[in-house]
Design a protein around this ligand. Structure first.
Ligand SMILES: [Zn+2]
Length: 272
């Protein structure tokens, strides 16, 4: 899996992008460790439960000044998860976003692109991530922050791509939250996917592993509990996942070690 090759790059800030680097695909697994996980598809359905002629009566009573009770006419909204070829998937962009926010919060030199623009800051979020206020060091193109250098930004290609995670084991249930139904992967469900990377130094690979929640336990890697998806800060039944590597290698341990030494990153306990 470990090969060396030269990848041509248009810009060469921070990291020497033309330098030979590690290229490969990391197999990752993700297990749902809370009761449920809902990552929305943005699609939701409402069924009409009664024939349309009843709608005329509704309109009539509305015109007479009575606010109609429409609850019997429509099913509760159902929010689905993404599907691909009939299987439940978590978009790769969701995984990338998760990695990016964690790295931006953990690395002092980060420019903090994503988290800074977040306008959904809950008290639980604040409690967990107690904002360390990293410096805004991004002055592209003279110098690019280590996170943008790995994951890209608007003017810079990412050296890492995330495939969708496909459900390999488990099932979904529709869970009622405030009268609406959320399709959710249940506890123990497992998803699999790949992280494809190129032109990485070992320390970059270590950063990627750290962003996925891997920590050193002795000379092994262990995934920590991370928050993902809907309701992760508001409903304890939702949103806890843990990544693992089906084919862990000693190189990964060395890479994470190197990253820890170079960046001395912040860590957060996402259990609440
Ligand atoms: Zn950045």
């Amino acid at each position: 899996m470990w090969r060396r090759l030269t990848v041509q790059r248009y810009r060469t800030p921070y990291t020497e992008r033309n330098a030979p680097g590690l290229e490969g695909a990391l197999d990752i697994e993700m297990e749902v460790v809370s009761d449920y996980l809902h990552v929305g598809s943005g699609v939701y359905d409402v069924e009409i439960l009664r024939p349309l002629d009843d709608i005329d009566k509704l309109v009539e009573s509305a015109l007479q000044g009575t606010v109609p009770d429409v609850s019997g006419y429509f099913s509760p909204a159902t929010h689905e998860m993404n599907k691909y070829l009939g299987k439940v998937v978590i978009p790769g962009s969701t995984i990338k976003g998760l990695v990016r926010t964690r790295l931006e919060l953990s690395i002092r030199e980060s420019c903090y692109v994503v988290s800074r623009n977040s306008n959904t800051v809950s008290n639980t979020y604040k409690k967990i991530f107690r904002n360390p206020k990293p410096k805004y060091s991004d002055r592209f193109p003279e110098r690019v922050c280590p996170v943008c250098d790995l994951l890209g930004n608007s003017g810079l290609a990412s050296r890492v791509s995330f495939t969708d995670l496909v459900m390999a084991q488990g099932k979904t249930d529709f869970v009622n939250v405030n009268g609406q139904y959320y399709e959710s992967a249940i506890k123990g469900s497992k998803f699999g996917g790949k992280v494809v990377y190129r032109s990485l130094k070992p320390v970059d690979l270590g950063m990627l592993l750290y962003g996925l929640g891997f920590r050193l336990k002795g000379n092994k890697l262990e995934g920590k509990v991370m928050l993902m998806g809907r309701f992760k800060f508001s409903d304890r039944r939702f949103g806890r996942v843990r990544f693992s590597l089906p084919a862990a290698k000693v190189e990964f341990v060395n890479a994470l070690n190197e990253f820890m030494k170079k960046f001395n990153p912040f860590d957060y306990n996402e259990e609440w």
